[in-house]
Design a protein around this ligand. Structure first.
Ligand code: GLN
Ligand code: ZN
Length: 787
């Protein structure tokens, strides 16, 4: 096995040892764990449903780990990670390792088992789950540790050591990966009762003893390397936070002696301060950087890297699905050879491959040309390896020339470039788009036509998607093979829309929706109808736990060959006298939920989508639709990690939104919907979007979060803070909803407030939404009568 070459006998000539080591200086930060066919997802869900045993779940998991290690070893990767597998989430694994189980889960000590672990992840009959939040700016979600001064840490999970041993038994000497102690604390939150003044970082000396135990066991098991993931190092950190890194690794220094310690950073540039901190850490022998998103980091490295330390250069993008530009990466690497000792440069991925799809081999629907432009995790392993070999003088010319050919075909393919689109978008950059009239005047023109009561009621768009409905869509999509014709499909969807309209009319809702029965997914539906998009069969990426998403691939200039929603929206409007909302997904959300091309800046792609959606908005308006909702559910997701980059993002994101609707008449009402409630960071941007009505997710937030709308520039547009939580099956009473509305009215004005649930109803059952919406309408009427 090539894995043992790193222990090449010292007797060999220096050159040959160098060559052999150098030829294998390749590293992978982390690997997808769910499996190419989502094996772990199905095993987990079957286990949770009580349909399979612990042993069966363990077996699937072990098989997945083995196949990943074997695959990396076969490719020739030298530094193979372990402990990057997880049954749910690597931060939750760390919480388990540290025994930081909140007391409500009833853990009594000892090795943490599935019951406690999955209760923390998903809740159980009596206790809700721990909070989940986005992992930096990815679509992966982690379980947020809840800490306070009273937490008694103890070594609760030996998973890291077990995985190391498991790989070792297979003949694979891995680098065990741990979430670093400082990032762990920076990613955690204060438990409920803990005072705001409590510093989470003050817990560092309580968790380090456990890290030391883990390190000692890993050493005893034979580990020679250890990787601490410290992605928090790419954030805007103050000196107190940076000092925590210095302190923590100084504390660990004696425990890790004899080991090579890799501090792995990813997702952005490092500030100069963070760079000097990380390069000076005690006991640390290697540092890994994201050189895809880290151009400034590259400059910092060029200006000086500590002699004698390893540099793990993350040149292969772990977050997209494009083939690497191997020649460009090779020259970046070669340039680094001037700053880093020749035998200390290791080729790596920019971050864990967790954030990309698993293996291109499973794609049979993509054509050969497009496929040649793509690299999923399995292909990225080869790229890392081939770069490491090239760096040591063993350049695989065939691989490099195939890569160059793929890049050339991508550059010149007529499928990628649409000159008309390029021209219009280029013209947009310097422009600005605003509606002609101020919002207060617009709302008046709209009200003349819409004639709505005060506190109008509406919903966010989708209605429950029943198994029957999904089946109709699936059979229609499957085409001729299955027995459902175009006419039958239209009839079925039309019937569904009629049903949804009848329900809303009977409930007394003021502004209706058609229920989105023709849509599987709010991005996919548009992507399938726009040019420049491709879809995979198995390009799954873990979002959280067993949940995976399959982002579309934007490979070319985006245009709209023909109207996408006009047929259904006008059909729906023809069935009711009440206003029917046209329902679109906004450009920023489409962008943020896709794999985006990397051959032009993101904002250019976003502008192209905006122009396509603008055509759709205008066609809806022409067809007589008076209210159009343009969802920007994911606008905040794209917010860059570093403050210095946020203003630029918000500027083009908001501009893109405005492009879609700046040319509509005053009397056409533009709504937008956003899936979050904490607007503090982006309130200015939300105001700049200048929608007539914004509906927001507000389920768990207090009214003080809403007060941001009344601070600073006054928000005079309509606002619909969700009055009940659709993410829970619980049905709120009329009284409860009325109280919430009245509490919100303490900060918002009655004349601009809307009454709606906090998100689409797609994932709920009719038996849940019928009573909930009944109570919502009753609550609106109750409050109207009092106002
Ligand atoms: N209109 C979409 C729906 O109701 C919005 C979904 C979302 O915000 N994520 O399903
Ligand atoms: Zn939503």
């Amino acid at each position: 096995s090539p894995l043992f070459l790193s222990t090449a006998p010292r007797l060999k000539s220096l050159v040959s040892i160098k060559l052999r080591i150098r030829s294998m200086s390749s590293h992978i930060v982390g690997h997808p764990r769910v499996g190419a066919k989502r094996e772990l997802k199905f095993a987990l869900e079957s286990f949770w449903d009580g349909k399979s045993s612990t042993e069966e779940l363990q077996k699937v998991a072990a098989d997945l780990r083995v196949s990943v290690w074997k695959h990396m070893a076969d490719v020739g990767i030298k530094y193979i990670p372990s402990n990057t597998f997880s049954f749910y989430d690597q931060v939750l694994d760390t919480t388990s390792m540290l025994g930081a189980v909140p007391s409500r889960y009833g853990w009594k000590g000892g090795e943490i088992g599935f019951e406690v672990y999955f209760s923390m992840a998903r809740g159980n009959a009596s206790v809700p789950a721990m909070e989940m939040t986005k992992w930096f700016d990815t679509n992966y979600h982690y379980i947020v540790p809840e800490l306070g001064p009273d937490v008694e840490f103890s070594y609760g999970s030996h998973k890291a050591v077990q995985e190391y041993k498991e790989a070792k038994a297979l003949g694979v000497d891995t680098i065990p990966v741990l979430v670093g102690p400082v990032s762990y604390l920076l990613l955690s939150k204060r438990a409920k009762e803990v005072e705001k003044s409590f510093s989470l970082l003050s817990l560092i000396d309580k968790i380090l003893p456990i890290y030391k135990k883990v390190v000692a066991e890993l050493k005893a098991a034979g580990a020679r390397w250890i990787q601490f993931d410290e992605p928090s190092l790419v954030m805007d950190l103050d000196s107190h936070q940076l000092d925590a890194f210095t302190h923590a690794y100084k504390e660990l220094e004696s425990s890790v002696s004899g080991l090579n310690v890799l501090i792995q950073t990813y997702f952005a540039d490092l500030t100069a301060e963070a760079y000097s901190t990380v390069t000076a850490l005690k006991g640390v022998t290697a540092i890994g950087f994201d050189l895809v998103r880290g151009h400034k980091t590259l400059d910092l490295i060029r200006n000086g890297f500590p002699p004698g330390k390893y540099l793990f250069a993350g040149v292969v993008d772990g977050r997209n699905i494009w083939v690497n530009d191997l020649e460009a990466s090779l020259s970046t690497l070669q340039a680094l050879e001037g700053v880093v000792a020749k035998d200390k440069l290791v080729v790596s991925t920019s971050c864990s491959l967790l954030h990309t799809a698993v293996d291109l081999v499973n794609e049979n629907m993509l054509d050969g040309e497009l496929k040649s432009w793509l690299a999923f995790a399995a292909q990225k392993l080869l790229e890392v390896n081939v770069l490491a070999k090239a760096l040591s003088g063993q350049k695989d010319e065939a691989f490099f020339s195939a890569n160059a050919a793929a890049l050339a075909s991508r550059r010149s393919s007529p499928r990628v470039t649409n000159e008309a689109v390029q021209k219009t978008t280029a013209a947009l950059k310097e422009s600005d788009h605003h509606r002609a009239t101020v919002v207060t005047a617009r709302l008046e023109s709209q009200q003349e036509k819409l004639n709505l009561p005060i506190l109008p009621t509406t919903t966010i768009g989708s209605f429950p998607q029943t198994a029957g409905l999904r089946k109709v869509r699936r059979e229609y999509k499957a085409g001729k093979k299955v027995s459902i014709s175009e006419e039958e499909y239209v009839e079925a969807i039309k019937g569904e829309i009629a049903e949804v309209i009848k329900i809303q009319e009977e409930l007394g809702i003021d502004v209706l929706v058609h229920g989105e029965p023709e849509r599987n997914d709010m991005v996919e539906y548009f992507g399938e109808q726009l040019s420049g998009f491709a879809f995979t069969e198995n390009g799954w990426v873990q979002s959280y736990g067993s949940r995976c998403v399959k982002p579309p691939i934007i490979y070319g200039d985006v245009s709209r060959p023909k109207p996408m929603t006009v047929f259904w929206s006008t059909l729906a409007q023809s069935m009711t006298k009440r206003p029917m909302k046209g329902m679109l997904t906004g450009p920023v959300t489409i962008l943020n939920w896709a794999f985006v091309r990397n051959d032009q800046p993101r904002h250019e792609t976003c502008y192209q989508i905006a122009l396509a959606m603008k055509e759709e908005v205008e066609d809806l308006e022409k067809a007589g639709i008076k209210v159009i909702q343009i969802d920007e559910a994911a606008l905040r997701e794209g917010l860059p990690l570093r403050k210095s980059e946020q203003a630029f993002y918000l500027e083009w994101a908001v501009h893109s939104f405005r492009i879609t609707n700046s040319a509509v008449e005053d009397a056409t009402q533009i709504h937008t919907h956003m899936c979050y409630s904490n607007f503090n960071e982006i309130i200015g941007a939300v105001k700049d979007m200048d929608a007539d009505v914004v509906t927001i997710e507000n389920s768990r937030s207090e009214q003080k979060l809403l007060s941001v709308f009344s601070e600073g520039v006054k928000y005079e547009a309509g606002i619909g803070p969700g009055v009940y939580d659709i993410h829970s099956p619980r049905v709120p009473s009329t009284q409860e909803i009325a109280e919430r509305i009245e509490a919100m009215l303490a900060v918002l004005e009655a004349k601009t407030m809307w009454i709606n649930p906090d998100c689409g109803l797609k994932t709920r059952k009719y038996s849940e939404i019928m009573p909930a919406l009944t109570n919502m309408v009753a609550a609106a009427k109750l409050v109207r009568s009092r106002t």
